[in-house]
Design a protein around this ligand. Structure first.
Ligand SMILES: Cc1cc2nc3c(=O)[nH]c(=O)nc-3n(C[C@H](O)[C@H](O)[C@H](O)COP(=O)(O)O)c2cc1C
Length: 237
């Protein structure tokens, strides 16, 4: 082959090789920048997911905290009506909660330090805790976890609920009324029972308290209907 033609061919091959290298380099660099963008996008999406998870976790905590605070005694400075109750077997509790809801009232549950078990409450057994306390009045001084209500001075109406035990208020409420000053407050007792009426239970508590303007009050059967409770709360508003 003519030497000149060989030289031209070599020059063409070299130029092609240079072009190939340049094209390859340009492609790589654009691929890198695409990858960078993609990885940035992935990172930012991951961040978003993290942020969303954090928000969900925060929301969940808020809901749990709210649920917790609902379990606790609900007192605030905004309501001026308080529902205080003791309930050994939950009947009075259900009534108290509906009353509080209807009256937009705060709730304070009385909880004995030594809570009554089903065995303790067996009044058919002469040796059960309630039977012994019933027979011997000196045993009825039941210590409560707390008798102190936050913002007590802000309440002008206090409803006090309890089960009837042997015709009178279950005695765990006694130390609450003894330990609080009801001066200037309207006090309305209510109870649940199988068949007995309110009887003298309100008067006995009023005497133990020594202060407060105690009203007649109301007896509910153990499982009253919602409308029974609602018509009573309507009548006292
Ligand atoms: C120790 C004891 C004594 C009771 N004495 C009476 C009573 O004298 N008259 C009555 O009608 N019910 C009586 N009961 C039934 C309760 O008053 C009634 O079941 C009440 O709704 C229970 O409320 P609680 O679930 O909030 O504790 C007595 C219950 C117990 C455990």
């Amino acid at each position: 082959m003519d030497k000149k033609i060989v030289k031209i061919l070599v020059a063409i091959i070299v130029i092609c090789a240079i072009i190939a290298v340049v094209v390859f380099a340009v492609n790589r660099s654009s691929e890198n920048s695409n990858n960078e963008n993609t990885s940035n996008e992935v990172n930012s999406e991951e961040n978003n997911v993290e942020r969303n998870n954090e928000t969900v976790a925060n929301d969940t905590n808020e809901v749990l905290n709210e649920a917790d605070s609902e379990d606790d005694n609900q007192t605030s400075a905004t309501s001026n009506t308080l529902v205080v109750y003791y309930s050994a077997q939950n009947h009075t509790e259900a009534v108290a909660e509906r009353i509080a809801e209807n009256l937009n009232a705060d709730v304070f549950e009385l909880v004995p330090v030594d809570e009554y078990t089903e065995e303790d409450l067996d009044y058919t057994d002469d040796n059960s805790r309630v039977s012994r306390e019933y027979e011997d009045e000196s045993l009825r001084d039941v210590e409560l976890e707390s008798t102190e209500v936050d913002n007590w001075e802000d309440y002008d109406t206090v409803l006090i609920g309890y089960p009837i035990w042997w015709g009178i208020a279950a005695w765990p409420v006694n130390s609450f009324v003894e330990n609080n000053d009801f001066t200037g407050k309207t006090v309305i007792p209510f109870c649940t029972s199988s068949s007995s009426g309110l009887g003298q239970s309100g008067e006995i508590l009023a005497e133990l308290a020594g202060t407060g303007d105690w009203q007649e009050g109301h007896r509910f059967r153990s499982n009253p209907s919602d409308s029974d409770i609602d018509s009573w709360t309507d009548s006292i508003q």
